[in-house]
Design a protein around this ligand. Structure first.
Ligand code: PMP
Length: 353
């Protein structure tokens, strides 16, 4: 007997999330979390909402949160879609917007959830090679396609594209949905949000997980013209009409309003990143130019696997990816200055041994 679930088990290659060990004292530089924690105003909002009202379902439309996000970006609430982390937003995007008779294009070195979603939703995908410096060459996307998805900055390289290039891509593909995944844009990238009013085929996705330190609360959002957003809402309402719980909604609203905390934390992380790059280059690492809250670096003589294992022995976690072309690169999330200094000291000791 053929069982359809056997097919899923044999064919679906799920995304493998970064390690989340429950061992105290580890320095976690492996999953791009923000070391500074959410805005104190967000924590206060959670405290104030933690009472008997939790027996009630949350607002299924997350109206206040959507209005707050819209106001920050000079959009209207019906141009904002929210979900449980940008992973869930992306899942809805794949289901609602990307089923075409033409293929989906994305870079071959990129966020590894895209191939997973393509497989899950039966979407033909073509991986467009990045060049020998890991740069996305937009001319290579000049081919028939139903949709394009580009992270800006890209992950796990951290390399950003200028806004003018994104605009050229959106303008030259008027019949394709162009999704720009801006999970890391707040660390020095250029957002495509100002283009939304002019391009009905553009969808921008952001997350609160990184620059707002909300990974544990799971809040992401998509911005685009009304019709694209309405398609996402239809899919959401056919799947789980309450995607964000009450606490996530009030906390995210407060976090978006706390511009001062956001600015302080992201500036600290940018400064720490730039300092870490200098330190690693002095230790003979090749570090790709990063506009994210992580760096992607390989050593001129040591393998990625050896360095990862040696760091792990010193209670420091970083991340490696299986793809052969990038197998020697360590992806290192930017921690506090103390954590970064600990990493550099550990690498010095490892390289001297
Ligand atoms: N997009 C990219 C490029 C990412 O690296 C991540 C984080 N793993 C996400 C989206 C998803 O982030 P979240 O679901 O936490 O919002």
């Amino acid at each position: 007997m053929s069982r359809y679930w056997s097919d899923i088990v044999s064919k679906l290659q799920p995304y493998v999330a970064g390690e989340q060990p429950r061992i105290p004292g580890l320095v976690k530089l492996n999953t791009n979390e923000n070391p500074y924690g959410p805005s104190p105003r967000a924590l206060e909002a959670i405290g104030q909402a933690t009472d008997d009202r939790l027996r009630l379902y949350p607002d299924p439309s997350a109206t206040e949160l959507r209005e707050t996000i819209a106001a920050r970006h000079a959009l209207t609430a019906d141009e904002v879609f929210v979900g449980n982390g940008s992973d869930e937003v992306l899942a809805h995007v794949f289901q609602a917007l990307l089923k075409h008779d033409l293929p989906l294009l994305y870079p071959d070195v990129t966020y590894s959830f895209y191939p997973t979603y393509s497989l899950l939703y039966g979407i033909e995908a073509i991986e467009i090679p990045v060049d020998d410096r890991f740069q996305i060459r937009l001319a290579d996307y000049d081919r028939p396609c139903g949709a394009i998805i580009i992270p800006n900055p890209n992950a796990p390289t951290g390399i950003g594209l200028p806004l003018a290039d994104i605009e050229a891509l959106v303008a030259t593909h008027p019949d394709a949905v162009v999704v720009i995944d801006e999970a890391y844009v707040d660390f020095g990238g250029e957002s495509a949000i100002p283009l939304i009013s002019r391009y009905p085929n553009l969808l921008v996705i952001q997350t609160l997980s990184k620059s707002r330190s909300f990974a544990g609360l799971r809040v992401g959002f998509a911005l685009g013209q009304r019709e694209l957003i309405e398609a996402l809402v239809r899919v959401k309402d056919s799947f789980n009409s309450y995607p964000l719980d009450r606490l996530a909604q009030v906390a995210a609203t407060a976090a978006i309003q706390d511009e001062a905390w956001f600015e302080t934390c992201r500036k600290k992380l940018i400064a720490s990143r730039d300092h870490l790059v200098t330190e690693l280059e002095a230790l003979d690492f090749e570090v790709l130019p990063s506009q994210a809250n992580f760096i992607f670096a390989r050593h001129e003589s040591r393998s990625g696997a050896a360095l990862l294992a040696a760091l792990r022995e010193r209670d420091i976690l970083v991340r490696l990816f299986a793809k052969p072309r990038i197998a020697d690169f360590l992806r290192i999330s930017i921690g506090t200055d103390e954590e970064c200094a600990g990493l550099v000291a550990a690498l010095k000791a490892i390289l001297a041994a």
